[in-house]
Design a protein around this ligand. Structure first.
Ligand SMILES: Cc1cc2nc3c(=O)[nH]c(=O)nc-3n(C[C@H](O)[C@H](O)[C@H](O)COP(=O)(O)O)c2cc1C
Length: 328
């Protein structure tokens, strides 16, 4: 049984990755329904939280049916991180995650995200500031290191464990790699097999099929797997992996009804949480993924991303359903 603090996550948990502008409550609802064992919010700026920025505050919204759920924060200033830990604490998620992995320039430049990978002492101080200011279990998500010449994840893991984190997720790339090249899990495995390491180590990077999940679980011995991009528009990835682990069989892909159903649910959740205008607008980035692989889908997709009327969206989704059921 894998545990983070007192949270029991089963034998081999599948985690939904935090993804900015993606991992919001409507998306998380769909992933939860299809088997994600632990989910995270998209990252939230500690500076934004303490300034009471509306956008940052809104990202703190979590719902009972999502549990266990973690709120992820980032920042490069100890005081801001300590204060935001208290704010997060008050919203009562199951855990608090710190992002030390974001490679995006606007974050790194402020000494946050993956920028901290260049300064382990600072990383340790920031983590301690968070641990000391929350009663929640604190977890960390990070990368292998800053670049090829400074892959310091083994030291990072030991030192963060020593200041009290309860789990570590490692994305098998360096900051310099951004998202290029293949994720390298060999160092993740080394951290996992370090006898000093007692906390769960979750592997992350490029898992996009049940076969790959099984291969990586067996080869690298991690305690669980975090999945990001492969879940966008394809929340079935979680149940497919679980089924494959349990039976060795590949589930048939979701039917067109299931796809449209999940897409509709996501759309309605989006509208409910963000309001009609924004909900419809921000849903646009998801259609191509929900419809991936369907032949002659371009015209429907174009309609979906160009209308701002819910009734029209519903009608296009109905048409897809009708036409593709006939085709099948
Ligand atoms: C659109 C997008 C947004 C992301 N935002 C975050 C974030 O807010 N916090 C974080 O820790 N990682 C973020 N990531 C990184 C993912 O959590 C994950 O580490 C990465 O995508 C690799 O996993 P994958 O190959 O399964 O996608 C983001 C990735 C993507 C594609």
């Amino acid at each position: 049984m894998v545990k983070i603090g007192n949270i029991e996550l089963g034998k081999f948990p599948l985690l939904l990755a935090p993804m900015e502008d993606v991992s919001d409550p409507p998306f998380r609802a769909v992933c939860k329904e299809h088997g994600a064992d632990l989910m995270y919010t998209e990252f939230i700026s500690s500076e934004g939280l303490i300034r009471d920025a509306i956008k940052s505050r809104q990202k703190l919204d979590i719902f009972e049916y999502e549990r266990p759920v973690g709120i992820q924060i980032f920042g490069g200033d100890e005081e801001a991180m300590a204060l935001s830990a208290r704010i997060v604490d008050a919203t009562n998620p199951d855990l608090l995650d710190i992002n030390f992995g974001c490679p995006v320039k606007k974050v790194v430049c402020k000494g946050a995200g993956a920028g901290v990978l260049k300064d382990i002492d600072l990383m340790v101080r920031l983590t301690k500031a968070v641990v000391d200011n929350t009663k929640l279990p604190v977890t960390v998500k990070t990368r292998l290191g800053w670049d090829d010449d400074s892959k310091n994840i083994e030291e990072v893991a030991e030192r963060l464990q020593d200041v009290g984190i309860k789990a570590l997720t490692i994305h098998g790339r360096t900051r310099s790699q951004m998202y290029k090249g293949d994720a390298d899990w060999t160092l993740i495995s080394k951290v996992r097999n370090n006898p000093r390491i007692q906390i769960p180590i979750f592997g992350n990077g490029d898992i996009d099929s049940p076969e790959k999940a099984l291969e990586y679980r067996n080869r690298y011995g991690v305690d669980g797997i975090m999945i990001g991009r492969a879940a966008i528009g394809y929340p079935w990835i979680f149940r497919e992996i679980k089924h494959y682990f349990a039976t060795g069989e590949i589930l048939p892909p979701p039917t067109i009804e299931e796809r449209i159903d999940a897409c509709r649910k996501h759309l309605h959740g989006s509208i409910k949480w963000k309001g009609e205008k924004l909900g419809i607008l921000e849903m646009r980035r998801h259609y191509s993924n929900y419809l991936k692989g369907l032949s002659h889908i371009k015209d429907y997709r174009t309609k979906l991303v160009s209308t701002d009327q819910l009734s029209e969206l519903e009608s296009v989704l109905d048409q897809i359903l009708e036409n593709y059921i006939v085709e099948a």
